[in-house]
Structure formats: structure tokens, C-alpha cells
Design a binder for this molecule. Structure first.
Ligand code: FAD
Ligand code: NAI
Length: 461
């Protein structure tokens, strides 16, 4: 479109949108980024990854100082915590990071539009009564929590993750519906701070999609820490009482679960409310996703979509990766997003991190596979740090020797998984990893050892 206000308008300033806007500015585009929130960073920075990890860190520090230091010969007495200070620290971290993005926008001369964007026609949006045209658009409007029809969020007694990240006080009891990433992470936060937490999950296992052995081990660890689980259970009714919520559940062991607050964490759905996609002739699926082709193009070739609003895992790094790729495509470069090497991390204790195929997926693909495992209890560094609950599992292709998947449970799994990401991305073999010299003593030696075990020569196996 000649004489457009901008070459590119990005709608949504989450990790998909703000990263796309910065990359576009780096590549010389005249770019604007619009968000309806007063702060940049989207779900991830404001009410997702960052505040949840800040609370996980504070609660973990409290738990370790009160319970785990004794075995290292360190006696900490009268350990306590200051909940308002924990919340203030979380808010401060969020503030610093969202302000940081605002500075990046200024430095890159990105025009920031504040308000809800709505398409007027395929080439024009309206924000706060003003109209803006662009040659190309990227939609990065993210996702929102799914409510239970009979338990709508009030963020006081029936919480979404957003409410659970900003509670005024630690509740005595909490029921969590859904044992996905949000469910187990936030259950961990409040259990560590003294809340009696019950988790109700409709499937027979927690954290769907995770390698079965690791999911089982994670559940055992969380149960040992005091979280009660009702698996294979559904909630059939919810009654809001004066001081809590009473849920009727379908489970052989129990039929009611009462708690002060309920966190509903049964998944998220794409968010396009108010965008007026009809005016832009952009299609959505029945589930509300925006379908895109291999180049992130929607049904309108000059309108792209990335992140949670399109298909794929709802993860911040996936959204950012797609943002960069979409903009580089616009600039005529040839980027690729390797969906096989997008890692997934659950920040519980123990942490769980995985990339690539699980053993079940690799087997189902019809390949002959090799698997190797190495337990942290046989690892020297884990002995020193006391992090003995953990293991590395690798899955490889027998015919080619190539790594197909890596699955870690235990301390620092979130950091170590990047070795698997690079290995998968660069098509490395189990032998490459088994023969790469890893520093000693480190937990990462368990990755090398698991690969050695898969190939039949584990030194400490
Ligand atoms: P979002 O981050 O959702 O951003 C979309 C933006 O678009 C929002 O700012 C919204 O205000 C704006 N917007 C929407 N509609 C309009 C409109 N019409 N006009 C203007 N602006 C609009 N992922 C991880 O990878 N690691 C984690 O540890 C992790 N932890 C999480 C913890 C929680 C509690 C939650 C809820 C999520 C977590 N996620 C995590 C998921 C992660 O937050 C999302 O995958 C990620 O934010 C998606 O990025 P996005 O850019 O697609 O969308
Ligand atoms: P999820 O899809 O991860 O898990 C939802 C869970 O709820 C599933 O186990 C599902 O079986 C269960 N469930 C669904 N309906 C139910 C019902 N009626 N009763 C009982 N259980 C029910 O969704 P979650 O945890 O809400 O997270 C949303 C998204 O946010 C995820 O897709 C995830 O990618 C992202 N996220 C990522 C994190 C990370 O990377 N560490 C942390 C938190 C969220």
C-alpha cells in the first residue's frame, strides 16, 4: 500500500510481538507496535512466565533454607517469610523488565501505540479512535485462560493464573483444577508457603505431553512434598460459600473438595476479541486459532500471525522465535523455525525439561530406537549439591544414531536442556554427545553418560 503510515504494524507486545517489532526495526522497517495494556511484554512478562518464576524462586529459597540446608551442615533457625515483600519483589522484577522493553522500543525508534487495535479494513486499524495504515501487519494477540462454564473467574475465590499471581495473602487451602504447567507450578508456590493444596486432574497423569517416566517421577516428588492429587477426576459442580468454594468431583476416593480458593488452570485459548478480523478478511478456526501457512501468512497474504494465537505450543520462546522468523521473511531472508527443537520446561522442584520426541512418540513413529538413562544419584556434582532426585533420558534413532529427544528431571534441568536443543537443531548423534568432553564435576555429565548408556558404554552405569 503506497503512502501507508507504517511499513509494519505489530498488534500485541508480548514475547511474540515485541521481539518481532525490535527485529523489524533492526532490519530497517518503519514499525509500530500496539498493545492494549499500559505495559509492554504481554502475558509472559506481566502475568505469566516472569511473575510465576519470581514467586517460584522466593518460595523455593524459603523451602530450601527451612528444610534442606541441615543435610549440608548448615543450621538455619526461625526461618520465616514476608509475603507482601515476596509480592513486591515480583512486581519490581516485572516493572524492571517491562521498562526495559520500553527503552528498547525508544532506542529502535519503534512507535508505541497504546490501546486496543481493531481492523477497519485489511489495510487499516483503529486504536483509541485514531486510524493507522500499514503495508503489512503481524497479529500477536496471544491467549487467555479458559474458564470452567460453571465456575467463572472472579479473581477472589475462583482464580485464573493472573489472580493466583497477586493474592493478597497466603490462603490456608487451595484447590487447583488442572495439573498442567500452570497447575503444578502455582501449586508448588503456595504449598511451599504453607497452603494445603489439592490438585484435580481429569487425565490419569499430570503434565500432559511429558515423557511418562518423568511425569510419574514429578508427581511422586510433588506428592511427597505434600500436594494431594486426584487424577482421572472431573469437577461436576462448584458452590461458592462465604469462606470458600466447595467442589463436587467424580473420583472413587472422594466426592467433595473444599478450599478457601480455587485456581482453574485447564489451559488457554487464542485471543482475538475486539480485533474485528472479519473486516480484514482473516479466517479463524473453530477453536479461535488463526490458521497460517509455512511463512506465518494468514488468509490475507500481507497479514501475518505468530505466537499463542496460532497453532503449536503456547510458549514464550516459541512466540519470539516465530516473531523473528516472520519479520526476516518479510525482509527477504530465509529463516527457519525448527519445531522439533522447541524445549519445554516445568519450573517445579524437581524441574523438568524436554526437547524433541518422547520415547512413546519415537516408538509410534515406527523407528527402531535407542534409549539411555543416567540417574543424578550416580553423578558426583549432584552428590555435592544434594540434588539426588533426577535423571536424564535420551532417545535416539538406531539406524542413524541421531538424537530424537532429550528429557531431564532434576536440578538445573531448565538450563541443561539447551544442550539437547543445539544437538537436535544441528542433527547431532548420540555418539556426538557421548564423546563431547563435558566439564567435571557437573550435572551435565549425566547427559553424556545417558548417551554413553544408550550406546552400551556407560562408564559409571
Ligand atoms: P501474549 O504474551 O499473550 O501477548 C499478547 C499481547 O497482545 C498482550 O499484551 C495483549 O494485551 C495484546 N493484545 C491482545 N489483543 C489486542 C488488541 N486487539 N489490541 C492491542 N493489543 C492486544 N511460557 C514459557 O515459555 N515459559 C514459562 O515459564 C511460562 N510461564 C507461564 C506462566 C503463566 C502463569 C502463564 C499464564 C503463561 C506462561 N507461559 C510461559 C506462556 C507464555 O506467557 C505465552 O506463551 C506467551 O506470552 C505468548 O506470547 P504472545 O506474544 O503470543 O502473546
Ligand atoms: P495445560 O494445557 O498445560 O494443562 C491443563 C491441564 O488441565 C491438563 O493436564 C488437562 O488435562 C487438565 N484439564 C483440562 N480440563 C480439565 C477439567 N475440566 N478438569 C480437570 N482437569 C482438566 O494448561 P495450563 O497449565 O493452563 O497452561 C496454559 C499454557 O501456558 C500451557 O500451554 C503452557 O504451555 C503455558 N505455560 C507454560 C509454562 C512453562 O513453560 N513453564 C508455565 C505455565 C504455563
Amino acid at each position: 500500500m503506497p503512502n501507508a503510515d507504517f511499513q509494519l504494524i505489530v498488534i500485541g507486545a508480548g514475547p511474540g510481538g515485541y521481539v518481532a517489532a525490535i527485529r523489524a526495526a533492526q532490519l530497517g522497517f518503519k514499525v509500530a507496535c500496539v498493545d492494549k495494556l499500559p505495559t509492554l511484554g504481554g502475558t509472559c512478562l506481566n502475568v505469566g512466565c516472569i511473575p510465576s518464576k519470581a514467586l517460584l524462586q522466593s518460595s523455593d529459597s524459603y523451602e530450601r533454607t527451612s528444610h534442606s540446608l541441615k543435610e549440608q551442615g548448615v543450621i538455619a533457625q526461625h526461618v520465616t517469610f514476608d509475603f507482601p515483600a515476596i509480592m513486591q519483589r515480583k512486581d519490581g522484577i516485572v516493572r524492571t523488565l517491562v521498562d526495559g522493553i520500553a527503552s528498547h522500543f525508544k532506542r529502535h525508534s519503534i512507535t508505541r501505540l497504546e490501546g486496543s487495535a481493531s481492523f477497519v479494513n485489511p489495510q487499516e486499524i483503529e486504536v483509541n479512535g485514531k486510524r493507522y495504515t500499514a503495508e503489512q501487519f503481524i497479529i500477536a494477540t496471544g491467549s487467555e485462560p479458559i474458564p470452567l462454564p460453571f465456575l467463572p473467574f472472579d479473581e477472589k475465590q475462583i482464580l485464573s493464573s493472573t489472580g493466583a499471581l497477586s493474592l493478597p495473602a497466603v490462603p490456608k487451602t487451595m484447590t487447583v483444577i488442572g495439573a498442567g504447567s500452570i497447575g503444578v507450578e502455582l501449586a508448588s508456590v503456595y504449598r511451599r508457603l504453607g497452603t494445603a493444596v489439592t490438585v484435580i486432574e481429569m487425565l490419569d497423569t499430570i503434565t500432559p505431553g511429558m515423557d511418562a517416566a518423568l511425569s510419574k517421577q514429578l508427581q511422586q516428588s510433588l506428592k511427597k512434598q505434600g500436594i494431594e492429587f486426584f487424577l482421572g477426576a472431573t469437577v461436576t459442580e462448584g458452590k461458592i460459600l462465604k469462606n470458600g468454594v466447595s467442589l463436587a468431583i467424580n473420583h472413587a476416593r472422594q466426592s467433595r473438595v473444599d478450599a478457601e480458593v480455587v485456581l482453574v488452570a485447564i489451559g488457554r485459548k487464542p485471543y482475538t476479541t475486539g480485533l474485528n478480523l472479519k473486516a480484514a478478511n482473516v479466517n479463524t478456526t473453530q477453536k479461535g486459532l488463526i490458521p497460517v501457512d509455512g511463512n506465518f501468512r494468514t488468509s490475507q497474504p500481507h497479514i501475518y500471525a505468530i505466537g499463542d494465537v496460532i497453532d503449536g505450543p503456547m510458549l514464550a520462546h516459541k512466540a519470539s522465535h516465530e516473531g523473528i522468523a516472520a519479520v526476516e521473511l518479510l525482509a527477504g531472508l530465509s529463516p527457519t523455525v525448527n519445531y522439533m527443537s522447541i524445549p519445554n520446561v516445568v519450573y517445579t522442584d524437581p524441574e523438568v525439561a524436554s526437547v524433541g520426541m518422547t520415547e512413546a512418540e519415537a516408538t509410534a513413529s515406527g523407528r527402531k530406537i535407542l534409549t539411555g538413562t543416567s540417574h543424578f544419584r550416580g553423578n558426583a556434582r549432584a552428590r555435592c549439591s544434594g540434588d539426588l532426585t533426577g535423571l536424564v533420558k535420551v532417545v535416539g534413532d538406531e539406524a542413524t544414531g541421531r538424537l530424537l529427544g532429550m528429557h531431564l528431571i532434576g536440578a538445573h534441568a531448565s538450563e541443561m536442556i539447551s544442550e539437547g536443543v543445539i544437538a537436535l537443531d544441528k542433527k547431532a548423534t548420540l555418539s556426538d554427545l557421548a564423546h563431547a568432553c563435558h566439564p567435571h564435576p557437573t550435572l551435565s555429565e549425566a547427559i553424556m553418560e545417558a548417551c554413553q548408556q544408550a550406546l552400551g558404554f556407560a562408564i559409571h552405569g
